[in-house]
Design a binder for this molecule. Structure first.
Ligand SMILES: Cc1ncc(COP(=O)(O)O)c(C=O)c1O
Length: 359
């Protein structure tokens, strides 16, 4: 049997109940789930594709692959061949199964950041491999590893890895034959820093060999409910993933492929959504600081990574008593035990309630 970690969110339930008892209701900033509508241009594309009786292509429609490549070129200075784009059923699915799909073997170590989205660890375990959380690749010594995850901007810290740092990771991995998978689901949400893709020529040196970039539409386009993302990069790796995914039935539904195409071809809705998050962040950040929290990193992405120097569960408890639910830092690794993660994904009305409650 594979041992998986306990689902950590269950541990928040008692604090959620406390927050829910607030006379003006809970303000839930514990998860990064979109709350604003799916943009009309995307809903329309989904509806127009509703009559989809046949099997969709695992590889995605040519229009979808073109739209993904077009978006990367237009917004992120990255050139990929549309043939090297592969849609996924939300990126959590790919993160959880990538080590298995790549044939990572038992006993091998899958590397990911010390403070990280928990699914990198889960993915290593599903493959029977060893999860290994570190920010210092030198700690691996001469060991060869099959796969290294990077995540910039980071969940939970909002930290951005500069191009020079990413280039060093790529060089390290290439020397050892490791694949670098870069989870870039917050790449369009740089506030004080501009995030850069692993596939950008300044990082990759112009070759995508051994590199995969993973992109989610959940945050950019409020599509968490549609399950929509894609992976691209090294054409040979993408073809390998396609082969296994075809056999395994990992297919994005046709209407969702149409919706993703519309989403990736349109920047106006993403810019409007970005503005909403910017305003919520501008309201929350000073309110937290005035109430005694220090904000660290958080220069990009959907979270504020904060500490008041006490144990994370104590911070969760005190905020729950004001009707505010946040995530404890230790959900993301032991290094987070004095931090909390505050999502900026609540409605303006709920964000204003938090600001008032912190006063
Ligand atoms: C770092 C990171 N990767 C991947 C995901 C999964 O996103 P989705 O499955 O909605 O594409 C999330 C979701 O919050 C995330 O924070």
């Amino acid at each position: 049997m594979i041992t998986l970690p306990d689902f950590p969110w269950d541990r928040l339930t008692p604090y959620k109940e406390v927050a829910q008892a607030h006379p003006d209701g809970i303000a839930d900033l514990s998860i990064g789930t979109p709350v604003d509508s799916v943009p009309a241009v995307i809903q329309r594309a989904l509806a127009e594709a509703a009559d989809s009786p046949g099997y969709p292509l695992t590889y995605g429609t040519p229009a979808l692959r073109d739209a993904a490549a077009g978006w990367l070129a237009r917004r992120h200075g990255v050139t990929v061949d549309p043939a090297a784009v592969l849609p996924v059923i939300g990126t959590k699915e790919l993160v959880a199964w990538l080590p298995t799909l790549l044939g990572v073997r038992a006993g091998e170590r899958v590397v990911f950041p010390e403070l990280a989205y928990p699914t990198y660890d889960v993915g290593a375990r599903l493959a029977g491999a060893e999860p290994y959380a570190t920010d210092g690749l030198v700690s691996l010594g001469p060991e060869r590893v099959p796969l290294v995850w990077v995540n910039s901007p980071s969940n939970p810290t909002g930290k951005v890895l500069p191009a020079g740092h990413l280039a060093k990771v790529v060089a390290w991995a290439r020397e050892r034959g490791a694949i670098v998978a870069s989870d870039e689901c917050y790449i369009g949400l740089g506030w004080e820093e501009e995030p850069v893709s692993i596939l950008h020529p300044e990082v990759s040196g112009g070759s995508h060999e051994g590199l995969l970039a993973v992109h989610s539409l959940s945050k950019r386009s409020n599509l968490a409910g549609y399950r929509a993302g894609f992976v691209t990069g090294d054409p040979e790796l993408v073809q390998r993933l396609l082969e296994v995914r075809k056999h395994a039935g990992m297919i994005v539904p046709g209407p969702v492929q149409a919706a993703m195409t519309a989403a990736l071809n349109d920047d106006a809705h993403a810019l409007a959504q970005r503005e909403r998050y910017a305003a919520r962040r501008d309201a929350l950040r000073p309110a937290l600081e005035a109430a005694g929290w220090r904000i660290e990193h958080s220069t990009a992405g959907l979270y504020l990574w904060a500490s008041d120097g006490t144990d994370c569960w104590d911070q969760v408890r005190r905020l729950s008593e004001r009707g505010i639910l946040v995530a404890p830092g230790d959900f993301y690794g032991a290094a987070g035990k004095q931090h909390i993660r505050i999502a900026i994904t609540a409605t303006d009305e709920r964000i204003n309630a938090v600001v008032r409650r912190l006063q």
